[in-house]
Design a protein around this ligand. Structure first.
Ligand code: IMP
Length: 437
């Protein structure tokens, strides 16, 4: 099977986000016709480097950098119009064409300023132990309003000013009461101000809006290949991640069907993306975290600072227990291993294969996430490599120890590695054909 035979494909992270999905999507895009974001919102930060030029995308699918492809923001994503329109404008200023090639679902929920405020206030109120360390982009409150049904507002609603006024009146008075009574805030949101701001946004978004589930069905029926671009990582999945230190959507491949309105049987290929080490932003347990100079070295070499918030990422060794949990629920058919170059020069590479607590060792993430705080990682130590990998272009170019390390990850996660990344550039990518891999 070669890449063009992948069929409809989903690219998901198998860690706590920032695995390098943006780059993988960018590398795979030439083999697909349509690229879809099916979950998350402006909390995502996908960095793609094209010909030395860096693009950081939050709302738009990475496919937007290939203007001949169709990019879709589907119903499962939440849309912050200010961020989205800002991103469109800035890409246009850099010479990219954005028009017919972008489609936004009429069913996607919309992020409002009161969502951002609620996100920030609830985090502040949570205190140091319960704080999630969100991106503050209003994602959680927007998804919560979607599930509440009384409070959610969708793209279709903002296109109709009368409907928007009706929906906003109810929601804003509820939010103002919440801010006043629970959070003791004096400042109140004004329906008319939001209405006029969002009506203007709606006018700019209108040409892009359609029923994207129908569009995807038509595209699939016409033989077009679709690439679904996951946001965040599977360990941040609201059901299968390290709850409550997660985001508010189903980030794994299971989110594709409800998030894009395609049948669950649509996916032929699931590419699970992992970094050769582990990172995490925000709060929550991280058993293999390195709070020492090795962690600092990985952060500096790997450029491990948040694309969305600029926060330094917490860095640690590869956690095969956590990643294989994500593989268990997500079922990747192939793996991509990123940032191998960042680990050059390390004498040995410990990989976590179990968590020790008291006298017992477990190899599954516990449902009570707080239990992870006290565990001691059990490491298997693999030999490192000293060579720079930046110029490797084929599997055979890699040092034997790098190949051994990659094989170890593949065995632990139970899927073959088909893509390896040895630097930030598109060209610093090794695609492994079946015969070699
Ligand atoms: P929220 O999605 O802003 O509610 O944040 C919830 C958790 O998910 C926090 O720990 C965030 O740091 C994390 N998170 C959200 N989006 C991303 C992402 O794109 N990459 C990595 N972590 C993320």
């Amino acid at each position: 099977m070669s890449f063009p035979d992948f069929g409809h494909t989903c690219v998901v992270g198998l860690q706590w986000g920032d695995e390098g999905k943006g780059k993988i999507v960018d590398v795979l895009v030439p083999y697909y016709h349509v690229v879809v974001r099916y979950g998350g919102g402006a909390n995502a930060g996908h960095t793609v480097v094209v010909s030395g030029e860096k693009f950081a995308l939050h709302q738009l699918p990475s496919g937007i950098l290939h203007s001949e492809r169709l990019s879709v923001i589907a119903n499962g994503a939440v849309v912050d119009p200010a961020v989205l329109l800002g991103e469109i404008q800035s890409l246009r200023q850099r010479g990219l064409r954005i028009g017919e090639n972008l489609r936004i679902s009429d069913r996607a929920h919309v992020v409002f300023p009161y969502h951002r405020r609620e996100d920030q206030l609830s985090e502040r109120a949570a205190g140091p132990v319960e704080k999630i360390g969100t991106t503050g982009r209003g994602i959680g409150p927007c998804y919560a309003d979607k599930a509440s049904r009384h409070l959610g507002i969708r793209i279709a609603d903002i296109l109709d000013p009368a409907r928007l006024r009706e929906r906003l009146s109810a929601t804003v008075s509820y939010k103002n009461a919440l801010f006043r009574t629970v959070y003791e805030q004096r400042e109140q949101f004004d329906v008319e101000a939001i209405l006029s701001e969002y009506t203007a946004f709606a006018d700019q978004l209108r040409p892009f809006v359609c029923d994207t589930a129908l569009l995807l069905r038509e595209q699939m029926d016409a033989g077009k290949r679709v690439l679904f671009e996951g946001a965040q990582g599977s360990l941040l999945d609201v059901d299968h991640g390290t709850y409550p230190f997660v985001t508010s959507s189903n980030t794994g491949p299971g989110g594709v069907s409800p998030g894009a309105g395609v049948p669950p049987t649509s996916l032929r290929t699931i590419v699970g993306v992992v970094k050769a080490y582990t990172t995490r932003v925000g709060a929550g347990p991280f058993p293999t975290e390195l709070k020492n100079s090795i962690g600092d070295t990985i952060r500096e070499r790997g450029g491990e600072y948040g694309t969305t918030t600029g926060r330094p990422r917490r860095c640690g060794w590869f956690d095969a227990v956590a990643a294989s949990n994500a593989a268990l629920t997500g079922g990747p058919t192939h793996l991509a291993v990123m940032h191998l170059d960042t680990l050059s020069g390390m004498d040995e590479l410990p990989v976590c294969v179990g968590y020790r607590r008291g006298g017992s060792i477990v190899n599954r993430l516990p449902a009570d996430t707080y239990h992870l705080d006290g565990v001691e990682p059990v490491y298997e130590r693999l030999p490192g490599w000293s060579e720079s990998l930046n110029d490797c272009r084929r599997l055979a170019d890699l040092p034997a120890n790098t190949r051994g390390y990659v094989d170890f990850i593949a065995r632990r996660l139970g899927a073959p590695v088909r893509i390896l990344s040895v630097g930030p550039g598109r060209e610093q990518t090794i695609l492994v054909e079946d015969s070699a891999g």
